[in-house]
Design a protein around this ligand. Structure first.
Ligand SMILES: [Fe+2]
Ligand SMILES: [Fe+2]
Length: 489
């Protein structure tokens, strides 16, 4: 692709690449759009109208209109989710998740509004699942479009439904979902998430009563509309947990529930790291603390940062003794030439990627296993090899990690935290100035090696990360840095 557009300006290249990416994603999602359209129309017609009559010539226009409207809404959902996913997101995965949740919520809403009560539409379900697994904006869009689809189903059914009542019910339930969307935060733990999802819909319930009164209904329906509207929101909160667990598994998504499970130190992979590579395990825990603090400081997901740090060096499990933190007296590198040593060291990123995939870790963590050293050189063995050369010249590229460089801000955080933790573990500064200078030097080396060129991190972010590590590291290492300007004799 780059060759095709070699002569175009950078902006034009970006536009072409963006267009190509959009159509590539669309190609991977078009089956979902078509299948969802058929599922929605057929299911809707089956429950709300005379199904066979809907396909007779007399109803052809109406049924075609329903197909077209449903297709357009699914298309709108794809466009919205693609846009909300952003440049670094996963639009295809997010779309498939959103459309599956939308279809499930739509079906439940049609069944319950048709068979139980018109106000029994569990639209909150779409909000809860999508907000937890992707994001707030996609959740709002999915919920709104499901509400529109439910109304359209009754409009195109050809039966004499009370459309004003159905519109009122859809609006009230969509508002309930919006309120839940406002109060629920994806970083909540499961209990808080559940409690918020159960109690926040109460805010909208007076509107359900008002809508029923506005339609002129002052009968017992006032009570039942209230009960079913709130009951459907509570039911959505209850079935959301198993549904999230299922979608987490299907799409291998790293939501906060999954991340906290992965960060549990009794996880088999972490237990293996603790027993087979205890030095690496301790290093990973410290990097986890640093990375979490840094991610919070620059507005990234701290749980993802901690989890990625815990697993970033699992590739060392292949040969733990070749890494200094796991050695006591015996060093196998003493018996190896530097070329072999360096290949043993650098291969831990590739093996980590393989092991992470085998254990079905989220793709973000798999990528960080591979990217956390970027294309940095292994300085110690390069210098050792150089010292063995008589001519004093040696190309550095055979002594570097294979990359790729960090592609996300969290990958960059792990690189910085990893480098600093490893370098500062055995370093005792004399003064605070020495301590700060050493950290600055380590980060500046990575900048000079252009390791952050492929991720969206800014110099401002890097400055914040440095400041955070300077503050946090001494307390984690349990070593008091002498902040007085005390010089050794
Ligand atoms: Fe590493
Ligand atoms: Fe590391």
């Amino acid at each position: 692709m780059i060759d095709d557009v070699r002569d175009l300006s950078v902006i034009e290249k970006k536009k072409i690449l963006a267009r190509k990416r959009f159509f590539s994603c669309f190609g991977q999602c078009v089956a979902g759009i078509v299948v969802a359209t058929f599922a929605i129309v057929l299911f809707g017609l089956f429950l709300t109208s005379d199904f066979l009559a809907a396909f007779k010539p007399a109803a052809a226009l109406r049924t075609t209109g329903f197909f077209v409207a449903s297709f357009a809404i699914n298309l709108l959902l794809f466009s919205g989710v693609y846009r909300f996913a952003g440049k670094d997101g996963k639009p295809v995965r997010d779309y498939w998740l959103a459309i599956m949740v939308a279809v499930i919520t739509y079906m439940l809403s049609i069944v319950s509004s048709c068979k139980l009560n018109v106000f029994a539409m569990p639209l909150t379900l779409a909000t809860l699942v999508v907000i937890e697994l992707t994001g707030r904006r996609s959740a709002t869009l999915t919920t709104a479009l499901v509400a529109v689809l439910v109304v359209l189903t009754y409009v195109f059914s050809g039966n004499n439904y009370d459309i004003s009542l159905i519109v009122s019910a859809a609006i009230c339930n969509a508002l309930t979902a919006l309120i839940v969307n406002f109060f629920v935060h994806k970083h909540f733990n499961r209990l808080k998430f559940l409690l918020m999802a159960i109690f926040s819909p109460l805010i909208v319930q007076p509107l359900v009563v008002a809508a029923t009164l506005a339609i002129g209904d002052t009968s017992i329906n006032l009570f039942w509309h209230f009960v079913w509207s709130y009951g459907s929101a509570v039911a959505a909160a209850l079935i959301f947990m198993p549904l999230v667990a299922i979608f987490e598994g299907i799409f291998n998504i790293a939501d906060d529930f999954r991340l906290s499970e992965l960060c549990n130190l009794s996880n088999p992979l972490l237990k293996r790291l603790a027993s087979e590579a205890p030095g690496t395990f301790n290093h990973s825990l410290v990097v986890g603390n640093l990375a979490e603090a840094c991610a919070s400081a620059i507005g990234e997901n701290p749980n993802m940062a901690r989890c990625a740090a815990y697993y970033h060096d699992i590739g060392k499990l292949k040969a733990p003794l070749y890494f200094s933190e796991n050695q006591s007296s015996y060093n196998p590198h003493d018996e190896l030439i530097p070329e072999v040593s360096v290949s043993m060291i650098t291969s831990h990123t590739l093996f980590g990627e393989i092991l992470a995939k085998q254990n079905r870790l989220p793709s973000e963590i798999v990528d960080i296993c591979r990217q956390h050293h970027g294309t940095s050189p292994v300085g110690y063995f390069y210098r050792k090899a150089l010292s063995l050369r008589e001519d004093g010249e040696l190309a550095v590229n055979k002594y570097t990690y294979a990359g790729p460089k960090p592609q996300t801000k969290i990958a960059a955080i792990i690189m910085v935290a990893d480098t600093i933790e490893a370098a500062m573990r055995a370093y005792t500064p004399d003064t605070r100035e020495d301590y700060v200078a050493r950290i600055n030097k380590l980060v500046d080396e990575k900048i000079e090696l252009r390791q952050f060129d492929e991720c969206p991190i800014t110099m401002g972010d890097i400055a914040v990360i440095k400041r955070t590590i300077i503050e946090v590291l001494p307390s984690i290492h349990h070593r008091r840095v002498d902040y007085d300007k005390r010089k050794k004799d």
